[in-house]
Design a protein. Structure first.
Length: 554
């Protein structure tokens, strides 16, 4: 007999995108359920991380999983309140040491991303490495503190949309027993991967291609191999081996590609180890237990829309791509936070359902550009020769891949009275990654909000200075008031009271050197609204501009 339950939001999937969506909603006080088909949580690096950089080509390293923390993703983790744990468990990025097959001495040393100092505006400029499994465990820990647990062994089979919600039919497994359950939800989020049931039953197009490259990857115990480098042996023709240190001491992430017996390599540890020995020609380091192994082939696909009615797609359920450039998991985290705060406002009746249309409007152009960019990088990788020519250009990653330039300047819910956005006639010309060399010196609505440290609390002048990133969050909009005119500041503060309590926080910022400080705080006829995902939602000059900004939500 089937049981029946109801919940505002049902999230299908247990990966980083699902968890980021769940945490955003839970922090906003929304009741959710998150179900995962598997009977266990993911293990290993899994080719996904805060910034995962893979290379799968016919003659350069296979699946080189690097879980490098992108600065923008670190900022999202800050908004979600998990950054201290992420930072503590992650390790700095390492340089690549490239060898020919059987070579003992490296032929190239490559640092993919230039090391840049932190700045007041960009306080997390360092790329760091952390495997997907560890990131998932951290996100689950924070969810559990809010009373939310991922339900393993729970599979979504089918669902039907209705005018007032979605009816999902799931099965809870216990050994050989299956217990059916009907879940009534207001909204359904599919973050169940490229092969997941949510997108398939939603019947949206998932156009693209699948590459023939096949890679075996995993994790293996190793001693006496330097942890200061990511070691890669490769040659023209397709054979390559990579060994990369992970955040777990003594564990290396491996990837192999070449002419081998796939089934035997997957099932027999000695065969895999011998293959690594034969291709590297190295016996000066130990290889022990394989702690995780899997295989993979790349897809480059994207849904033509990220929602239909009350059903949404996020992460790999909406887009998969060539992993060159490491944009996948990072993009999924941004999907989850973008969707989560908007759903929360709608569920609490603080915004109209039309706000949810902006999820596709904002995220689809970003994902489309990402697919084009990572595919270009993949093709560039294929030009690398066996003696290493062209490798610097192929492996070097520019600052654009940090995702700090990603913006929503064209969004229907941003408002910029200082520098109005002119939408290009050709949608393909949207500079969503901030990569086209335009003027980045002027902050615009839709841009990533920079940090500002050293802010003194005028009501507690002896306290330690704070910074904007310490007060940003995913549960409220932030109104920054830049004006030395007390009357203007008061007008804004009074106008904010019209909005639901706890949905808006205000910060008045006085210019340095202000002799007379009021009890509200600060500076200059511009009101800047920050959305709950660290994006500048509006730049306006007076109260009526702020009111027009919030009107777009209704």
């Amino acid at each position: 007999m089937s049981s029946k339950t109801s919940v505002p939001v049902l999230i299908v999937g247990g990966g980083p995108t699902a968890l980021a969506t769940a945490l955003t909603l839970a922090k906003n006080g929304i009741s959710i359920r998150i179900i995962q088909k598997d009977d266990h949580f993911h293990i290993g690096q899994r080719g996904a991380g805060i910034q995962v950089l893979y290379f799968i080509t016919s003659h350069v390293p296979p699946l080189l999983h690097v879980a490098y923390n992108q600065p923008r993703t670190l900022e999202y983790y800050n908004l979600l309140g998990v950054l201290p744990d992420i930072w503590e468990r992650s390790i700095p990025q390492v340089s690549i040491s490239m060898y020919t097959l059987g070579g003992a001495e490296p032929i190239k040393m490559i640092h993919m991303i230039d090391i840049e100092e932190d700045t007041p505006a960009i306080p997390h400029n360092e790329s760091r490495s952390l495997g997907q499994a560890t990131q998932e465990s951290i996100l689950r820990e924070h969810l559990e503190k809010l009373g939310v647990h991922v339900e393993l062994n729970t599979e979504l089979r089918t669902y039907e949309q209705r005018e007032d919600g979605v009816v999902a039919h799931a099965v809870k497994k216990s050994g050989d027993e299956e217990m059916p359950e009907m879940i009534q939800c207001d909204w359904l989020v599919g973050a169940d991967g490229a092969k997941g049931v949510v997108r398939k039953q939603l019947a949206v197009a998932f156009l693209g291609e699948t590459y023939s490259d096949r890679v075996i990857f995993g994790e293996i115990e190793s001693k006496d191999l330097s942890c200061d480098y990511w070691h890669i042996w490769c040659t023209l023709g397709g054979t390559s081996v990579s060994l990369r240190p992970t955040e777990t001491e003594g564990i290396f992430s491996f990837g192999v590609i070449g002419d081998y017996d796939h089934e035997r390599m997957m099932s027999d540890r000695d065969t895999l180890v011998q293959y690594i020995r034969d291709q590297t020609g190295r016996y000066d380091f130990q290889l022990g237990k394989i702690t995780f192994i899997s295989d993979w082939r790349p897809n480059i696909r994207m849904a033509d829309k990220f929602s239909v009615g009350r059903v949404f797609l996020a992460g790999d359920a909406a887009h998969v791509h060539s992993p060159t450039g490491g944009q996948g998991l990072n993009t999924g985290i941004q999907d989850g936070v973008n969707l989560g705060w908007k759903l929360a406002l709608v569920i609490r009746n603080e915004a109209s359902h039309s706000l949810l249309d902006t999820y596709t409007a904002e995220r689809l152009p970003v994902v489309a550009h990402m697919l084009q960019m990572t595919t270009r990088l993949l093709h560039k990788m294929r030009t690398v020769t066996a003696d290493g020519r062209g490798v610097e250009g192929a492996f070097k990653r520019g600052g654009v891949l940090k995702q700090l330039g990603i913006n929503y300047r064209w969004s229907p819910i941003v408002r910029d009275e200082r520098t109005p956005y002119v939408h290009p006639a050709d949608k393909e010309q949207l500079d969503v990654y901030g990569a086209e060399g335009g003027d980045t010196s002027v902050l615009r609505a839709g841009d990533r909000a920079p940090d500002a440290p050293g802010l003194v609390d005028n009501r507690q002048p002896d306290a330690e200075p704070t910074k904007l990133f310490s007060i940003f969050g995913v549960t409220y909009h932030m109104v920054l008031i830049f004006s030395s005119d007390t009357t203007q500041v008061r007008a804004v503060l009074d106008a904010v009271k019209e909005y639901p309590p706890c949905t808006v926080k205000t910060v008045a910022i006085h210019p340095q050197g202000t002799s007379t400080v009021t009890t509200f705080e600060d500076a200059d006829y511009v009101v800047t609204d920050l959305r709950p995902d660290g994006v500048v939602g509006g730049i306006v000059f007076a109260v009526d501009g702020m009111q027009k900004f919030f009107q777009a939500y209704h």
